[in-house]
Design a protein around this ligand. Structure first.
Ligand code: RUQ
Ligand code: CUA
Length: 681
């Protein structure tokens, strides 16, 4: 009872702290100027000094501007692939300029790309949930494909927390190719994370429920509700997740949160944190403790330690049962086969981060000011010695003291951790609204022997940081240089746009290791709340400028059988099936007249026969909800029922040339029973 009160008090304090932090007064826009007078800036031309003085810019502002400014035509060094939050999309952002380069249509229709308005409809349909069209998503964690633990720039995966779905984006054309729906869980959280060679894409669950989205009363929670982790096999050649080679593992009904794949020393293992080891089931309206209190009563939750290599063997041996046709390794089998272990982790943890050498795992409890560092070696020797207790489900629980390497006090509300190339880790502090830089021990201690496992410095951010990302900061070879704080609150940072505010990405210079980190830039994100993002060196990406050949189908990444070449344009009728074969080139469509009958089913193929960089054409038909973007070389096919008679001018939606407005045509849909039709008969 006492403990409940304590927990509630702590929760209340946190809420209060969050509010107080959030209510910091707006600062004058001279964050670096010490006094009133305009700061002196030496070495700048009189013009530059005058501008700096007029705008009230201090030396730090000027260095920040110089570090982020890109002259026209100069490209960014890094790209951020960010979750688009509930927009269901992916954002591509250049670093250091923080310019938005692209929004990729993923789970949600996107009109500019025509995604879901004629093209991409099949992929969006793959994401239907039991026949229900779900056309939004809560995207959380993007994962770049990896080779030997390093980003290879080929693919990007991203999960939808709301509906437990995973999408695959091909980075040759930055287009979504596939959506898979998890059959075991109806929603997820701990995805997506790639294994070091992208053999698997990990999707962990969150809110325990009966597997296969079955019904069971909450009274039966302990016996019938379960957690899960799913391993989606990735077929790199096909550029698709291979459902037939994928499997899940049944987990106890703790709320699994985020996972990370082991690498180098810990390759072949996977780590997931969890919360609600208390197995609280809520029901505040029935006098039960609310989830926030019930799920944070205990001092510890469980980190899940999963032997993926072993799990793969067990799956291949067929020791699984089916959930909605999807193979699942049962909890009992996972225990018997030595696939699953647990170890305590401090209060209400959020996320696991594996150090670049794979030797240590970092977990932060949101209600504990420390990060806890686990040693993979110690985990292995404890397992080998079979030194464990068990939980209520018979899962071995390794003692914290047996596997812990260090605890570092970093500040209030620690969440997520990233790494640099100098042996430092960076942890986001939600309640402090800060980023803590701390030094790693182990082999990294050589880089700064004086202070292994020590807090080194902090930088304030605005406000309530969630995830953070450093350049390649979750790979085997982080780059350092830049860090981005993904802040949940923006309040006074931008001009008021009404009660719904953007999120704020703050770019931080971490290159000057050992000295203070420097805040460089605020970027508002005005669509959905992004969660995680990854930052890749731009040189690792090699996207196409135009599709490799004329008539390219982006879905199959091959020349389409429906490609239309110049001279082959035609309209073919077969009963009431009409097939249009069209080309698009500056500045006309061929044909320009398409005459059909009300009730026809229309299949319309268009090939953009251009080979010039950026010569995109759009194609829109009013009233029929058709709108596609056809990049140079691309072949697109749209289908519709001509259920509406009339005259519909189709036109190009991209201002492609001086005669772009003339790039149009007439679709004539003759009403049934009209004289022309009678004449034909
Ligand atoms: S979440 S702010 Cu990754 Cu979905 Cu942590
Ligand atoms: Cu083609 Cu405008």
């Amino acid at each position: 009872m006492k403990r409940n009160v304590l927990v509630l008090a702590v929760v209340a304090l946190i809420v209060l702290a969050g509010c107080t932090l959030a209510r910091r007064p707006a600062q004058e826009p001279t964050p670096s100027g010490e006094g009133e007078a305009a700061p002196a800036v030496s070495g700048l031309s009189p013009d530059a000094i005058a501008i700096a003085q007029e705008r009230g810019l201090g030396p730090d502002d000027i260095t920040a501007a110089l570090k982020t400014y890109l002259p026209t035509g100069v490209h960014d060094d890094y790209a951020i692939f960010s979750s688009g939050g509930h927009s269901g999309q992916v954002l591509v952002i250049g670093v250091p300029s923080m310019r938005l380069l692209k929004v990729i249509g993923v789970f949600t229709p996107e009109p500019w790309q025509g995604w879901g308005y004629g093209v991409g409809n099949d992929v969006l349909d793959e994401g239907n949930v039991d026949g229900n069209e779900v056309r939004w998503a809560d995207t959380h964690h993007p994962a770049l494909s990896e080779t030997e633990g390093d980003y290879d720039g080929q693919f990007l995966f991203i999960n939808d927390k709301a509906n437990a779905r995973v999408a695959v984006i091909d980075l040759r054309d930055f287009e979504n190719k596939q959506i898979v729906k998890n059959q075991v869980a109806v929603n997820d959280h701990g995805g997506t994370f790639a294994t070091p060679n992208t053999e698997y894409v990990i999707e962990g669950g969150q809110y325990a429920a009966p597997l296969g989205w079955e019904y069971a009363a909450l009274d039966d929670y302990n016996d019938t509700y379960r957690g899960m982790v799913t391993f989606w096999k990735f077929d790199r050649d096909a550029g698709r997740l291979d459902e037939a080679e994928s499997f899940a593992i049944e987990l106890p009904p703790y709320w699994q949160d985020l996972c990370d794949a082991g690498k180098l020393a810990s390759d072949g293992w996977v780590f997931c944190n969890s919360f609600n080891a208390e197995r609280a089931t809520g029901g505040v309206e029935e006098g039960n403790p609310p989830f926030e209190a019930g799920a944070s009563q205990g001092d510890t939750d469980y980190m899940h330690i999963i032997n993926l290599q072993k799990a793969e063997e067990v799956f291949n041996a067929g020791k699984t049962f089916d959930v909605r046709g999807f193979p699942v390794i049962s909890l009992d089998t996972a225990v018997e086969e030595g696939i699953l272990y647990l170890t305590p982790e401090p209060k209400s943890p959020h996320g696991v981060a594996v150090t670049p050498d794979g030797q240590f795992l970092v977990v932060s409890g949101k209600l504990d000011p420390h990060v806890t560092v686990y040693s993979f070696d110690k985990i292995m020797s404890t397992i080998e010695a079979e030194k464990w207790d068990t939980d209520d489900y018979g899962v071995p629980v390794l003692g914290l003291d047996d596997v812990k390497e260090a605890q570092v006090e970093v500040g209030l509300g620690p969440l997520h951790t990233q790494f640099d190339d100098q042996g430092y880790a960076y942890t986001s502090l939600f309640l402090d609204s800060a980023v803590a830089r701390w030094s790693l021990g182990g082999d990294f201690a050589d880089l700064h022997p004086e202070d292994p496992w020590q807090l080194v410095s902090k930088i304030n951010v605005h406000y309530n940081i969630g995830h953070l990302l450093a350049a390649e900061g979750d790979t085997v070879s982080p780059d350092g240089k830049y860090l981005v704080a993904m802040n949940k609150w923006a309040l006074d940072r931008f001009a008021n746009v009404g009660p719904l505010l953007p999120q704020n990405f703050q770019l931080i210079d971490i290159d000057n290791t050992g000295d203070a980190m420097q805040l460089l830039y605020d970027m508002p994100i005005g669509l959905g709340e992004p969660h995680y993002a990854q930052m890749i060196e731009y040189a690792k990406l090699s996207p196409w400028e135009v599709y490799p050949e004329v008539g390219w189908d982006p879905q199959t990444q091959a020349v389409s059988e429906n490609a239309v070449l110049p001279g082959e344009e035609k309209v073919v009728r077969n009963g009431n099936e009409v097939e249009v074969f069209m080309t698009a080139v500056r500045s006309h469509f061929t044909p320009e007249h398409v005459e059909i009958q009300e009730g026809d089913h229309v299949t319309w193929h268009i090939t953009n026969i251009e080979r010039s960089y950026d010569a995109t054409h759009g194609f829109a038909i009013p009233a029929y909800n058709i709108n596609v973007s056809i990049e140079p070389g691309e072949a697109a096919t749209v289908e519709f029922d001509a259920n509406q008679p009339g005259v519909f001018s189709y036109y190009c939606t991209e201002f492609c040339s001086a005669l772009h407005l003339e790039m149009a045509g007439y679709l004539l849909v003759e009403p049934n029973g009209s004289s022309a039709m009678l004449d034909q008969e």
